[in-house]
Design a protein around this ligand. Structure first.
Ligand code: FAD
Ligand code: DHB
Length: 396
């Protein structure tokens, strides 16, 4: 088999790259080790930045999102039992965010790719990258139900295979510097069959730990609780989850959380991670394969889509103009944005989570930070412009 761009992973990064390349008349093949049903059913992110929404619309796959998603103009920060609204729309001269789940974005991208005859192999095994430092890298893999190793010859490989995929490991150790921070926090996420509790997301700081009230549809809501990252979900009965949510989010003026049936629950650990470089030879890492952020800033999916915009532009310039400038600067262009999203995600996480290792002095600073950001327009504007998404830059 031969293709111009071999893509490993059918997450938001891999699917969006294949879609953007197709619009430029550039063929690609995606290899994915899970089934279509599995990737369409994995519950993850919910918040799309303005730029991600604009990209989905301008490339013809935003219509269901515009019908079924929900535009939010602000968020609430809650501490000491009281809520404070950050009016993102006003603070960013009209920008907003969209609540539309990642797995719905995946479904829309998959449908567009498959309708256009895009090649995606699901349930593949043993994906390996070869000769990435040359101009003709290859990917070997075994098809679903197959036994023989097959090869795809490519001009470029894009590693969109998430944090645990094989692509990053194909960059020699001496060529990459990995920087990370592990947090002593985990998020217990639930989906619940209840009506929306509030028109906007509520990020809650509480002495018992952070909580986040989000939404999915008029009938299904998504909420999160800070827990020990090593905790077992089996320790969390539905009753325990609701009583902990009530303890953290009910407000001092008598507002109470609405509870009901929990239809899904799990715990994820939190880390910040950056791989420098994001490119080696003809291998380009994008999304979670190159960087991870803690979810508090709602940046992971959006950052993956931003990488892809740079990569698609670079590959398009290579084929259509014989120009390699953007590809040569891919890593430095992306890393500028990545580090700003790292900073914002770390800051939101540090400001909102309860850290048992915190000294009373540090706790005082944390509350002052919340007080400042909710009372100073300058500080609120900084939060808002990062939350809706910084402008795309193509110079590094
Ligand atoms: P992934 O989505 O991880 O996709 C990688 C794909 O590669 C997967 O389908 C995987 O099966 C495949 N793969 C892996 N190994 C192989 C292999 N060996 N061979 C072939 N295929 C392979 N981000 C936001 O922007 N906003 C949010 O609100 C938000 N909330 C979040 C909440 C939670 C609880 C979590 C866990 C994450 C959240 N994120 C959020 C982060 C976001 O979900 C990720 O950053 C995003 O999925 C990254 O996309 P990706 O395509 O880079 O990687
Ligand atoms: C959601 C997830 C996030 O990480 C976040 O910061 C906001 C919302 C969500 O899943 O809805």
């Amino acid at each position: 088999m031969r293709t111009k761009v071999g893509i490993i992973g059918a997450g938001p990064a891999g699917l969006m790259l294949s879609h953007l390349l197709h619009l430029q008349g550039i063929d690609s093949i995606i290899l994915e080790n899970r089934s279509k049903e599995e990737i369409e059913g994995t519950i993850r992110a919910g918040v799309l930045e303005q730029g991600t929404v604009d990209l989905l619309n301008s490339t013809g796959i935003g219509s269901r999102m515009m019908r079924e998603g929900h535009i939010h103009h602000g968020i609430e920060l809650q501490f000491n039992g009281r809520r404070h609204r950050i009016d993102m729309n006003e603070l960013t001269d009209g920008k907003t965010i969209m609540l539309y789940p990642q797995h719905e974005v995946i479904k829309d991208l998959l449908e567009a790719r498959l309708m256009a005859g895009g090649k995606i192999y699901f349930n593949v095994k043993d994906v390996q990258l070869h000769n990435v430092e040359t101009n003709s890298p290859t990917i070997s893999f075994i098809q679903e139900n197959g036994t023989e190793v097959e090869q795809i010859e490519c001009d470029f490989i894009s590693g969109c295979d998430g944090f645990h995929g094989p692509s990053r490991q194909s960059i020699p150790k001496v060529e990459r510097v990995e920087k990370q921070k592990i947090y002593p926090f985990g998020w217990l996420g639930i989906l619940t069959e209840t009506p929306p509790v509030h028109p906007e997301l509520i990020y809650v700081h509480h002495d018992r730990g952070f909580a986040l009230l989000s939404t999915r549809t008029p009938k299904i809501q998504r909420h999160y609780l800070q827990v020990d990252p090593k905790d077992d979900i089996a320790n969390w009965s539905d009753d325990r989850i609701w009583s902990e949510l009530h303890a953290r989010v009910d407000t001092s003026d008598g507002w109470k959380m609405i509870d009901g049936p929990i239809i899904q629950k799990n715990i994820v650990a939190m880390r910040s991670f950056v791989c420098e470089t994001m490119q080696y030879g003809r291998l380009f890492l994008a999304g979670d394969s190159a960087h991870i952020v803690p979810p508090t800033g709602a940046k992971g999916l959006n950052l993956a889509v931003a990488d892809i915009q740079v990569l698609a532009k670079g590959i398009s310039e290579f084929y259509h103009a014989g120009n390699e400038e953007t590809l040569e600067r891919y890593s430095s262009i992306c890393l500028q944005r990545v580090w700003k999203a790292q900073r914002f995600s770390w800051w939101m996480t540090t400001m909102l989570h309860r850290n048992v290792e915190q000294t009373p002095y540090e706790y005082g600073i944390q509350i002052a930070e919340l007080d400042y950001v909710t009372s100073s327009k300058a500080a609120a504007r900084s939060l808002a412009e990062n939350y809706v998404g910084l402008p795309m830059e193509f110079k590094g």
